[in-house]
Design a protein around this ligand. Structure first.
Ligand SMILES: *Cc1c(COP(=O)(O)O)cnc(C)c1O
Length: 222
């Protein structure tokens, strides 16, 4: 077995059956992605639109493409025909544009609201009030071509694993509250995307249902 296959099998064996592995493939060549595909992976995450649309035609059509990085409104149209899940929705304006492009593509696009849980300045995301404001707005109620499937968050980049654990626990609690208050009659809201190479064990212990893992599969990025 190749090293890549070893890494994938180790991770797959660790994941509970309800947790989806998204292989984060930004900066990786399509050859490596094909190898990951051949190991059985179908969920791939990219953070740049240009890279996703360059790679998508070169790889098998049954790959589920996840947009995990910050998404600009003017780029939505390029991925709307095929994207499987957008993890990084951080405004009603973006959601409205996704709905518009989904309608044009005759699809319903699944989305996660990205919540800011870290202490760093640089990360994108909504706070709890902004999540509530979006979900209770009249404009949101009119968006028929998007479906909110859950929340996504990124922990602080730190060696202090108690900080990381607390942030994931906070997101899980928010997920529960939003699920109860806005989605109680529906099973659609069931994805909690949290955990990367350095912290996915903790994320799973704290209730993650989807982990986004790059370097633990493909090696360090350069
Ligand atoms: C790059 C990236 C990851 C994966 O990071 P690794 O540390 O390589 O596992 C996960 N989520 C997002 C949003 C990313 O940009």
């Amino acid at each position: 077995m190749t090293k890549l296959a070893d890494h994938i099998n180790i991770i797959l064996n660790e994941l509970p059956s309800n947790v989806v592995l998204v292989a984060v493939t930004k900066t990786r060549p399509v050859e490596d992605m094909q190898q990951a595909y051949d190991c059985g992976l179908r969920d791939f995450g990219e953070n740049r639109v240009q890279e996703m649309i360059d790679k998508q035609p070169q790889l098998p059509a049954d790959i589920r493409w996840h947009q995990i990085g910050h998404l600009q409104t003017n780029k939505v149209k390029y991925i709307a025909p095929f994207v499987h899940l957008i993890h990084s929705v951080d405004s009603l304006k973006l959601l409205t544009e996704i709905n518009k492009q989904a309608l044009r593509a005759d699809r319903i696009i699944d989305c996660l609201l990205q919540v800011f849980i870290a202490t760093e300045e640089s990360k994108f995301g909504l706070d709890e009030q902004e999540v509530r404001d979006i979900l209770s707005s009249d404009e949101f109620a009119g968006l028929k071509n998007i479906r909110i499937r859950g929340l996504m968050g990124m922990a602080t980049f730190t060696d202090n694993m108690e900080v990381v654990r607390n942030e994931f626990a906070t997101l899980k609690k928010l997920f529960g509250r939003i699920q109860n208050e806005f989605f109680s009659g529906s099973s659609d809201f069931n994805i909690l995307s949290m955990g990367m190479s350095g912290d996915y064990h903790i994320a799973i212990e704290e209730g993650s249902t989807m982990v986004r893992i790059g370097s633990a599969i493909f090696g360090e990025r350069h």
